[in-house]
Write a protein that binds this ligand. Structure first.
Ligand SMILES: Cc1cc2nc3c(=O)[nH]c(=O)nc-3n(C[C@H](O)[C@H](O)[C@H](O)COP(=O)(O)OP(=O)(O)OC[C@H]3O[C@@H](n4cnc5c(N)ncnc54)[C@H](O)[C@@H]3O)c2cc1C
Length: 480
């Protein structure tokens, strides 16, 4: 059976031994640590959603390799309908988790790999596509979690890889008969330490002389030479200090957890190398990954997050006795407009998507619409955060702990002065939930994740048919 259960995933995680550091200390067991446990629990929920018959249409697909039913997290889009279901998976999992579906970034690399390895083999007679299909079949049959890394540390952004410390971009340092040795690092990788496999794609469009940087490969979690250094912030400290869900904004699943992955002379067998030196194709890898990622991450995943923010803001308005106040209704409608505009662009990206490259069998979202979905979200998410904070009131920033409701010296005061149209406890719980969204990491996380606005502007301008628009204008102007 190609679909595994949450329990089977947890059993695999129990055997994982990533060399992982968090807050300056080694993490031994992912399921025991209060921060990394959230990643495991979130991923386990994705497995639960996958076997839930209510979501089967969204969460599963038919493998084009084996014909078996598989998790959509390991599927290669074969049609526009597949693209649409993929974005629905992102939206659904965000609504259910309030954090990352940690199977997403890896999943978004798989179609890019399928399409681009096919193209390199067609043009160059290489065997990357056969290797990739063998790897994909292995991942599908075992229903593995695959993380996706494209973002290099980059160092001085004004310099190319060969003009600075060469490890600022992942690259090949040695070629052997049975594989390659790679060094460098990837930054911000979502959930990589709790994944079975780590997929690595080039993060820069390589040029001649930069062949060593044109490398795509996969390694299993725990491969010698790989070190994971987890993100660490106020929310990490909060989870380390508190096991009490009343003090946490997203009690079970927590923040979106990422890490720096360091590759210190890591051996990768040829069977797991999907590009090595073909600089002309690095841009294609990146562009195809970005097409899928921006449709899903920008126009669907964050739409699921905004659904949660809007829901919590409306609850706060009701709890404050203001649900029908005209400006609250107007601000709520504005939040809906921003959210649904992003979703509409993502749906358009799926609808106008096409086989890319022709003959490969792989469908990719429309580049313009996917980028616009992400761009709208970059702007809209900030505004939704601001409106939710406006509606909810200062309590989102200033509230005391819910534990005061059990403190004999304060409980009566807190119950009395924090109640509104509902008891204090209900109001405080939703205020804490909202605090997690509007006063935390999600603003920058949403803006930067899958690329800041400038990346989308560049893509949109690059593919725009400005000549066609100029001609339309000229044709009409001449007629007049
Ligand atoms: C929550 C979260 C999850 C993420 N998950 C993943 C993941 O799973 N896998 C993955 O690979 N990546 C992931 N990312 C990385 C994400 O794609 C990057 O953060 C994003 O692409 C920006 O890169 P950066 O952070 O290095 O910022 P920078 O590239 O340093 O960008 C900062 C600013 O500098 C500008 N800039 C950068 N370079 C130049 C230049 N040469 N010239 C002019 N301006 C420039 C940018 O436009 C931007 O305004 C994640 C990020 C976040 C925040």
């Amino acid at each position: 059976m190609a679909i595994k259960t949450a329990q089977e995933y947890r059993q695999r995680v129990a055997k994982l031994r990533p060399k992982l550091f968090l807050g300056g200390k080694r993490v031994e067991k992912l399921s025991d640590h209060p921060v990394t446990r959230g990643v495991v629990d979130a991923t386990a929920l994705v497995y639960d959603l996958t076997i839930d018959p209510r979501y089967a249409d969204i969460m599963t697909a038919k493998s084009h390799l084996t014909g078996e039913t598989i998790s959509r997290a390991l599927h290669i889009h074969q049609s526009n309908e597949d693209l649409f279901k993929r974005l629905e998976m992102a939206r659904l999992s965000s609504q259910k988790l309030g954090t990352c579906n940690y199977r997403c970034p890896g999943n978004e690399m798989l179609p890019s790999l399928a399409a681009t390895t096919w193209e390199i083999d067609r043009d160059r007679g290489t065997v990357y596509h056969r290797r990739f299909n063998d790897y994909l079949r292995y991942a599908q049959e075992n229903d593995l979690v695959v993380s996706g890394s494209v973002t290099d540390p980059k160092g001085d952004r004004s310099k190319r890889p060969l003009q600075q410390d060469p490890d600022m971009y992942v690259h090949v340092v040695e070629k052997l008969t049975d594989g390659i040795i790679v060094s460098g690092a990837k930054q911000h990788t979502t959930g990589a330490y709790a994944a079975d496999e780590n997929l690595i794609l080039p993060g820069i469009s390589s040029r001649k002389q930069e062949e060593d940087y044109a490398v795509a490969f996969a390694v299993p979690n725990g491969t010698p030479g790989v070190t994971y250094i987890a993100q660490y912030n106020a929310y990490s400290v909060e989870r380390e200090c508190e096991n009490d869900p009343r003090t946490l904004g997203n009690p079970i699943y927590g923040q979106r957890e990422t890490c720096l992955i360091v590759f210190d002379r890591v051996f990768v067998p040829w069977e797991r190398v999907f590009m090595c030196g073909e600089v002309e194709y690095t841009q294609k890898f990146i562009t195809r990954f970005a097409k899928t990622h921006r449709m899903n991450c920008g126009g669907a995943c964050k739409v699921g997050f905004m659904d949660l923010i809007i829901g919590a803001a409306v609850l706060m308005a009701e709890y404050n006795g203001l649900a029908k106040a005209p400006h609250i209704v107007q601000k709520t409608t504005r939040m809906l407009q921003l959210n649904d505009t992003s979703l509409a662009c993502a749906i358009a990206a799926a609808h106008f998507g096409s086989e890319d490259p022709p003959g490969s069998g792989v469908y990719m979202p429309d580049e313009t619409m996917g980028n616009i979905a992400k761009l709208n979200t970059n702007d809209g998410f900030w505004e939704v955060m601001a409106l939710a904070g406006d509606i909810a009131g200062g309590i989102v920033a200033t509230m005391p702990s819910e534990k005061e409701l059990e403190n004999p010296e304060t409980r009566e005061y807190v119950a009395k002065y924090l109640k509104a149209a509902v008891p204090a406890k209900e109001r405080m719980r939703i205020a804490r939930f909202l605090q997690n969204w509007v006063a935390g990491l999600h603003g920058v996380g949403t803006f930067q994740g899958s690329g800041p606005s400038q990346s989308e502007y560049v893509s949109i301008y690059r593919v725009a048919d400005l000549e066609g628009k100029k001609k339309m204008a000229l044709d009409l102007a001449k007629t007049a």
